[in-house]
Design a protein around this ligand. Sequence first.
Ligand code: NAD
Length: 300
Amino acid sequence: MSPRRFGFIGLGNMGAPMAANVAGAGFDLIVYDKAGTEARAPGGSSAAASLAEVAAVAETVFLSLPDGAATLAVARQIAALANRATKVVVDLSTIGIAAAKEAHAILAGAGVSYADAPVSGGRAGARAATIAVMWAGPAELLESHRGVLDAMAGNVFHLGDDPGQGQAMKLLNNYLSATALAATSEAMVFGLAQGLSLEVMLAVVNVSTGRNTATSDKFPNRIVTGTYDAGFSAALLAKDLRLYLESARAAGAPSVVGGAVAGLWQSADRAMPGGDITHIYDFVRGIAGAGEGGGEAPPP
Ligand code: NAD
């Protein structure tokens, strides 16, 4: 049976627009963010004073939290609550494979189902309800949540039943996306040094084989415009790449390119704390300006 009341924990760049779409579609929604709920609660939702207040009434609780530590802290709190309506936790966060398995185990011990369901598409996709959801968990749980997921996403994929499979999919996607943005930044710096303009290079690449999400979206819409507003912090992407690399190495998968890309993003994150991912272009230009652009990624 589909749940009647939903909760949402974490109303940041992704959580706030996803929760807004759920409330906007008419679902009964109660929300909470530890940094302050009133200012972040979307219209049509009710603002809770605590996580416990959400779990006391919401049968399904969505999480959009920064990392594994945050999800595990919330999972432990939910599991420990005596007054709990929550039967299902749908985790939309990117937390890595090990943390997803641990969150599942903590909640299973308290009789709460867990879906490992990270998302992709950025803040713009969250606002437009076009994001992809990468669901790992029971198929019947997905079906009973189809309506509410359709309110926030354009594509919902059932990847498997095991917690961690959603994370594996999400991490490999973000590795590809991060590689495209970092490599495009380097390629643009090279082209500028040859007297080519950014606009011309993007126009050519976007009808040629180098096309990617950086050339088709982030460069023309957020870097050339000077807005630098992907709404995704370099710190969170650096976390994703750390998790990807750890998992790839543990699986014995090749990670030559992965190691270089992860190293570059760790250095960029350290150099621009709190910066949007699109500032990687400035970071790469800075390396070139300092005469260090010889092709070696800075050490992780
Ligand atoms: P964010 O930092 O903007 O938002 C996270 C929110 O969680 C913050 O408002 C914070 O106050 C809140 N929070 C943290 N711990 C909490 C707790 N214990 N209880 C209640 N609230 C808590 O992050 P974001 O960019 O919205 O990303 C959220 C998740 O989605 C991350 O795992 C990220 O990797 C992933 N993601 C982000 C994007 C993106 O483009 N921003 C895209 C896809 C996936």
